[in-house]
Write a protein that binds this ligand. Structure first.
Ligand SMILES: Cc1cc2nc3c(=O)[nH]c(=O)nc-3n(C[C@H](O)[C@H](O)[C@H](O)COP(=O)(O)OP(=O)(O)OC[C@H]3O[C@@H](n4cnc5c(N)ncnc54)[C@H](O)[C@@H]3O)c2cc1C
Length: 235
């Protein structure tokens, strides 16, 4: 694991992924290292000269040395997300990190990753790292979004699923357009459908508390031992 350091990052690129959700690419010192699943604190300057720190999961793989990517949704009236959303290319941000224990626990065990919204960020890092390092066990990613246009990195995960027979990706929309033909429901429905019987691997959950708590209850009711459930709650 990388040592916790303070460093600054220059904003290289910003991409709109969905309404009010953006992908940020920062140039950071090449000495910055982390484990997939960890997060950084972003230092938010306040108008009274003070600072605030907000945590954001690292969405990129540690193999991309010298860059750090984040995936953020704009929270109405939010100081942290508001600050990052108004940044211009070339501006710098102060970071502290890496932080957190939400990392890959059993690198050789099958794993299921369950996310809602920007909770997908640490899984983008974990899954790309596991697949590019040639791991052969099965990985399943289940993602829930509100609307059709709020899916994040869908093309990337579909492409990875085409390239790697041991990886599958399923997403679901909770509030689809009335004319939509896609799957409707919450991510728990995907768990009911795709959790393999007698699953022996680890399960990783990331997103808002409500989803994490409800899905954990569901997994426990299906006989998954608590020690195999790992989670990161955003609120
Ligand atoms: C370990 C960790 C990693 C995180 N990683 C990410 C990440 O990768 N991407 C990301 O977008 N967020 C992430 N978050 C959430 C993030 O840290 C902030 O909480 C979020 O950006 C809101 O902060 P803010 O300063 O913009 O809003 P605040 O000023 O804190 O909040 C403004 C209002 O919005 C409400 N609110 C707070 N958070 C949310 C939310 N997430 N959704 C809806 N309403 C909210 C609050 O109750 C408050 O009323 C992470 C949180 C943790 C603990």
């Amino acid at each position: 694991m990388g040592n916790i350091t303070h460093f600054s990052g220059k904003l290289l690129a910003v991409k709109e992924l969905a309404p009010e959700v953006r992908h940020f690419v920062f140039e950071v010192p090449s000495t910055f290292t982390f484990l997939p699943g960890q997060y950084v604190f972003v230092q938010i300057p306040l108008s009274d000269g003070k600072h605030l720190k907000k945590p954001y999961s690292i969405a990129s793989s540690p193999h991309q040395q010298g860059t750090l990517e984040l995936c953020l949704n704009l929270v109405k009236g939010g100081q942290g997300s508001g600050y990052l959303f108004q940044l211009k290319r070339g501006e710098t941000v102060d970071f502290t990190g890496p932080m957190g224990r939400f990392t890959i626990h059993g690198p050789d065990k099958p794993a299921i990753f369950i996310a809602t919204g920007t909770g997908i960020a640490p899984f983008r890092s974990m899954i790309s790292t596991l697949l590019t390092s040639g791991k052969q066990q099965s990985f399943i990613l289940l993602a829930g979004y509100r609307k059709e246009d709020s899916e994040l990195y869908g093309d990337t995960f579909r492409e990875l699923a085409r390239e790697h027979r041991n990886f599958s990706y399923h997403s679901i929309i909770s509030q689809p357009h009335p004319t939509s033909a896609g799957k409707k429901g919450r991510v728990q429905l995907l768990v009911e459908k795709y959790l393999p019987p007698l699953f022996t691997g680890d399960i990783y959950l990331c997103g808002l508390r409500e989803m994490v708590d409800e899905t954990t209850k569901l997994l426990l009711s299906k006989g998954i031992d608590e020690s195999r459930i790992h989670f990161e709650r955003y609120d």
